[in-house]
Structure formats: C-alpha cells, structure tokens
Design a protein. Sequence first.
Lengths: 361, 334
Amino acid sequence: MSRKAVTSTVTQPSNATLPSDICPVCKRVRYLNTDMRFLINPECYHAMCSQCVDNIFKSGPAQCPYASCSKTLRLRGFREAWFGDLSVEREVDIRKRVAAVFNNTQDDFETLRDYNNYLQDVEDLTFALVSGTDDERRKAEARLVAYEEKNKADIDRNRKRGREVEAARKKREAEAEAASKARRLEEQREEEEARKEEAMLNREVMEALARGEAGEAAQIQQRIMAQKKKTIARLNGELFPRPWTAAPKRTGPTEDEEDRNKPYDPFGATDLDPTRYEIHETYENSWLDPARTRDDHRVPGYSVQEYVTRAMFEAFAGLGVAIDEEKAGAQRAVGIAGAKHAAQANKTTGIISKTGGDVFG
Amino acid sequence: MHDTDSPPSSDCGPSLLPISPHYAMKCNSLAQKAISARLQSASPTTLCPSSSPGEELSLVTHYTVELLRAAAFIELPTEIRATAAIFLRRFYVTNSIMTYPPTELLKTCLFFGCKAEGHYMRLAKFADKFPNTTGEEVLAAEYILSQGIRFAFDVRHPFRALEGAIMELRRLGDFENKRIDRAHGKAREILKFSPLVTDAYFHYTPSQIMLAALAMADEGLVERMLGEAFAAQGDAAKDKCRDLIQACRAMLEKEPPEKMNDNEERKAIIKPLNRKLRKCRDPDRVDLVALQKARREQAMIKKPKLPVKEDGAVFGGSIADGRESKRRKTETEE
C-alpha cells in the first residue's frame, strides 16, 4: 500500500555509497571482472552490478534483491550513478524533479518579496523531501503532486519558455564560434595570398634578371617594384617583413637583444678575482689567534676571514697606479682655472669647489 | 687586474692634484694679494711682510707635527691621528696658512677626525683636554675645514695594508720571524709619522706608501713581495712599481720618525717663521669665533621678499591692461 502512495522521487534517505570492488548482490569481484559497472535504480538507490541487473530484471519487474528492500524495480529504471555518494545522487534527483515542477522565474512575480517567498517555499519543500522524516516527506510529496496538478498549464508554459531561452543562448554561442572560425580561415587565406604574391614578385625579378634586361640588378628590382607599388603596399601591411626595402637580414638576434637577454651582471663582466695574490685559509698572525680560537673573543657577524681579505686587498691594491702620471693633466686644468677664478673673486677659500671639478674624481 | 689597480689614490679627496710648487705658489700669492690689500687699507703705514711658499710649507709641516703630538697627548687611536693630520694638510692645499690660523684648525681637525673615523668624543670633554680651549673655538672652523677639504672625509690609510703584507710574508715563510717582526715594528713607526708630515698621501697609493715604509725598514722583504705580486705581469710593471716605491721612500726619508720628538731643531727654524706669520696673517680671519658669529648674523638678516606677482603675469600682463589699451585705441580712432 505504501509502495503505491510513494512516487519515484520520494524514497528513503540512504547513506550508502557506491561500492567499488565487490557487488553486494552476487559478490563478484572487480579483480576478476575488470569491466564491472554498478547500476542504481532511483526507486531505492541500491547499487548492484550490471550483470545482476540483467539476470534479475530481464524477464520483467522483480523485487529488489536487497534483503530489507521490498521495492519492485524495472530494468528500464536502472542507470549509472553520477555521484559516488548515493545520498547526493538522490538529492540531485529530487531537486531536478522539484525544479521541473516549480519552474517560475522572477518575471512571474510582481515583487521581489513574492519571488523570495516562493523560493523559500520551494526550498522548504525540497528539504522536507531530501531529509525530512517519513511523515514530512509524504506531506511534501502530496503538496508537490497537488501543485503539479493545479498549475499544469503554467508549468508547461514556463518549460517551453525555458527551452526557448536555452535554444537562443545555444544559437548565439554557435554563431560566435562560427564567426571566429571564419576569421581564422580568412587570416589563413590572406597569409597564403600574401605568400603567393611575394613569390610571384620574386619570380618576376628573377626572370627579368635572367632575361638580362638593361641595367643593374638593383635597378631592375626597383623598376618592378615601382610597377607593383600597390601590391607591395598591401603586402607591407601584412605580417610579413618587407622583402625588398628591409635592411640586409641579420642572422641571429641583434646586439641589443642579446644584451637584454643576458642575465643581469652588476659588475659588467668584470673579473673580481685578485691577480696579485691568493687568499689562503689561514695566515699566521698572533693578534688574530684569539679571535679565531677563544670563545669569549668571538662575536656574531665578525669573521676573521673578512679582515684577512681586506688586509690582503689593501696590501696589494693600487700598486700599479702612478698618480702623478694620471693627474698630470688634471692638475693644470684645475689649478690654473681655480686660481684665475679666485683672483677675480678676490677670494682664497673654496677655490676648487667653484670650478666645478669632480669632488670624488 | 681590476681589483688591484682600481682603488683611488690614498688621497683622492680634495687635492686631486698633488701639492706642487706651482700650485702652492698660486695659493700663496693669492693670499698675499688679498691680505696685503686688506692690511694696507686698515693701516696704510704698516709694512706687510709675507711668507714665501717654501716657508708656508715648513709651517704646515710644523703644525702637522704639532697635531700629531697633540693627538698623542690626548691618546687618540692611530687611524684618527692620521686622518686628522691628512685633513690639515688637505685643507692647506687650497688655503694659505696666512689666511686661516693653523693652531685653531689643528684642534678642529682632531675633533673632526674623531667624527670622520666614527670615534665619538664629547666636545666639552675634548676641549677640556687642551689648555685655553673652548668648545666654541673648536667648532668655529669646522665648516670652513669641511669646505676646504671639499667634504671628502674618507682617507685611506696604509696601516691595514701593512698587516696584510706582513701576513703574506709570514705565509711565504722565506724569512725568519724575528726579521719580519722587526721590520713590521719599524714600518709601523714610519707609517705613523713620515707619510703624514710629507706629501706622500697626495702622490702615492696606500700600498705604495706601505711598501716604501717597509723598504725603509727592510729592503729584502719588499723585493720578495714585489716578486710575488708581479709574477704574472712581467718585469716592466714591476720595475715601474719599484721606481714609484723608491721615489716614495725618498720622500719619506726626509721626515724619519725620529724627528717627531726632535723639538729643538724644528723650533729653531719655526720660531722666526711664526713671528713673521703673526704679522702677515689675515686680520679678518684671526678670530674665527667672531667670524662665524658675524656670518651667522648676516645669514639671519632676511632678504627683502620679492614683490608677489599677480597670477595674470604668467600670461604676460593682466588682461585688463590689454583691454584698456584697446579701448584707448578705439577712442583715438573715433
């Protein structure tokens, strides 16, 4: 009796998940049947393998093979579950059904509040169907059916309208797709054409050269170019580089590009290794020994090696510099200019700073 | 090659130019001109003697020694002494000793050397250490000094270089430790005095000065060092470097460290020069404290503000003017 009263969506909530390896009905194992598929029937959402379904329901409706289940199932109703969690599968089914019945849109209501109330009602009903008690489910189902009966015309109209909207959207998308495809084809065609034109120009020049027409090769080229001015102008607008007027082709990237592609070197490829000395691990220095060995002399952040490096650098740095030679010119320039300036201003201080010499030069 | 030749000379700062007789003469003659004009205008009857460049140089040297003695007196670290001494010498490259009094500048240099080397000392404490000195006096010449050395406060010293050279010599292991130690001590003494009272800092790089001092202490060590350093660069570079070191050594030998305490001889030379200096110095700059005060006061007097222009002036005169003239024009036409 209860079986009759309950329609397809209103089923017991179940917490079952889709089995992955063993069919709960025939106990066959996936290990031996690699192509095993599990099917469910939305009547009771009990999963079984496709072979069981075939065996049991081929000859007509039969009772669900699950021990506690008394539903009668048909072969037609079986399908594969989309979700592994069968309770989710069931909820989705219910929502689909409810949405098919309560398919009003916002335009069907006068105020936003009405629409929101309607949505609230629908959600309440859905919730009752999905996770209510037996009683609630039955009531909700009754309401659903009653509403369906009552508003059959509206529902059909809305469904039709929805289909139209959907169709329009699909059409729009298809059009956009077609347009972009056409554009791509057009581009390809233009490219092809440009290539052909270029080849033709080339050939003409070659032929002219082969015929041995009067004038130098460059002149012949220029003449043909002048004739085909229009074509070339169009060609130049294309993706192709200018075949004639462009600078001679460089192989490889330009110097500038090469520079830019190199990793940044702050020292400009300067070799910073010392040439006049080598830094060794240890140097004999009785003053440094405490800093090296004694714990109470050690300070974080101070490295003896740092001192050693610096001392060695200073010992050998600038040995080859002859200041007198380097500054021979500078001395004259600053000295005389500075003195002249000072004599004019009758000042004896800040002579050099006024001449604009480089302070740190 | 880069690392060893790139560092600038020990004294790249204010001078750029080594003290040459030519330059000293210019400086000296300029000061003479200015000061004698000033003195004569003040009291036309006074005869104004003036120091020659040579005399000035020996005065500067004398006051550098005085500075070193003062630094020893207040127990400053070596590097600060050296920095202060170089400041003084740098300052008198572009200023005549007749223009600014050396005794005041000497203290300023010491104080400023402390600052430049990051060795903080309270001004009051510093001034207390010298007799008859106030903090104001020390500070009065500070800006003049900074200006005179063209704000180049970095001085490269050869002291650490000497440590490096000694470490390298020890590592080479060709010499007895005793010999190296003796040379080390002697070279240190030389570096603390001779390059500071001569023009070595202006003419040679720190490493050259260091090797020259080491050569004065022990020639063999330097030869070994040069052989090691120029092994890859050939004899030409080595010979050139050796010449430079010899020239520097000759310069240093004029002022051996023994002269530091050799007061009698120096005083005998300096006394008449000092007397002369007192007569011919710039009367405007004798009292630096007063000079500084006067300058401050002058700076305090505000310049009269320029009259504020009208906004319209940006577009070349106000519009009203143009209209006025137009109207007048029409009037005349009528």
